[in-house]
Ligand binder design. Sequence first.
Ligand SMILES: [Zn+2]
Length: 105
Amino acid sequence: MKKGKFMVPTCISCGSKVWPPSHRCPYCLSKTSLKKIETTGILLEFSSSHIKGKEGVFGLIEMSGIKLIGSFGTPQLKEGMKVKMTRCGVRPDGTAFYSFAPAKA
Ligand SMILES: [Zn+2]
């Protein structure tokens, strides 16, 4: 993820996606390995933030069976619409960020 590629730990035994990321599967306690997943998902809900320094539009996205919070550069959103991850990475303070944009139909 530090290189801007989105990877999700997947259990090598039962195939479960482990989110939030962990080295052990929470279901069968087997090891996990990082796998690239499809970065197109569905926007479940979204809201705008007006908190100083954190202005923007944030949405809850379901993608390949996991849910995560992403930021959008546009308020032109609809619940249930298809969205695509455009960028991901780690901020200097160590927190992960995910940027999304509406997917072209
Ligand atoms: Zn497992």
